[in-house]
Design a protein around this ligand. Sequence first.
Ligand SMILES: NC(=O)c1ccc[n+]([C@@H]2O[C@H](COP(=O)([O-])OP(=O)(O)OC[C@H]3O[C@@H](n4cnc5c(N)ncnc54)[C@H](OP(=O)(O)O)[C@@H]3O)[C@@H](O)[C@H]2O)c1
Length: 259
Amino acid sequence: MSQLQGKTVWLTGASSGIGLALAEALAAKGAKLILSARSEATLKDLAARLPGEHQVLPIDLMQPEAAYEQAQALVAQQPIDILINNAGVSQRSLTLETNFQVYRNLMEINYFSVVALTKAVLPNMVKRGDGHIVTVSSVAGKVGTKLRSGYAGSKFGVIGFMDCLRAEMADKNVRCTTICPGFVHTQIAHNALSADGSKLNQSDPDNAGGISAEQCAKEIVAAIEKNKAEVVVGSGVSKLAPLLQRFFPGLVRNMVAKR
Ligand SMILES: NC(=O)c1ccc[n+]([C@@H]2O[C@H](COP(=O)([O-])OP(=O)(O)OC[C@H]3O[C@@H](n4cnc5c(N)ncnc54)[C@H](OP(=O)(O)O)[C@@H]3O)[C@@H](O)[C@H]2O)c1
């Protein structure tokens, strides 16, 4: 029997891409899901077709304070075994051209909403002496490249948050896993913010050439089951980049400047 059998898993970003594939993989393992994103109809369809009993909780993670209150209300009703902070928005715009508000928006969803939801579920996990916080950062949280200065800032930020949390939770049996995907074939580029904050609405050959969302989800589930502290998921150069950055930082600086 899978160790995920019967666990209550709150999954954000469940309406698309990696989150959708994660919902399918976790439901197949017998987890009881609370599916969150803004697209309520998509989540309801998903909950209805997945094996098992699942709930839908529409949430807007661009509003972390309101999300925190929603999360507290949820935890008051039922304990969460595993929180997966997966929802996120990317960026495709140069720093010189990007509105300051775009930086704020990227931090709201990719950083502050992670802090908000984690802070809401954590006290109950500590009280029970059991829980698992999983946050999907990115290889962009390890290596900065052009056109992603706001996205990388938010994704570097959550890695730091998770590192601190892991240290604080080490003696409390609350496990902390950070996932850093490289390129994955999803709608991430279409949904990425451009300089004025509008959606890019274009595909990106790097993401289109990446691993499938299903493969990514499979590796994330394995990382959860093995209680990994941090895993890089992907293939090719995007998977190698964090390792190259650590041992050959000058080489990586040259590579990203020319790309
Ligand atoms: N794809 C990649 O190459 C890649 C690489 C590294 C890291 N990642 C990370 O992986 C995670 C999932 O991305 P993906 O590739 O699956 O992208 P995606 O297909 O664009 O899915 C993004 C998910 O986030 C949700 N979301 C967006 N804005 C939201 C908001 N304001 N409130 C609540 N939910 C919101 C979306 O749901 P609604 O629109 O229904 O709200 C959707 O379910 C993100 O954190 C991303 O940064 C992706």
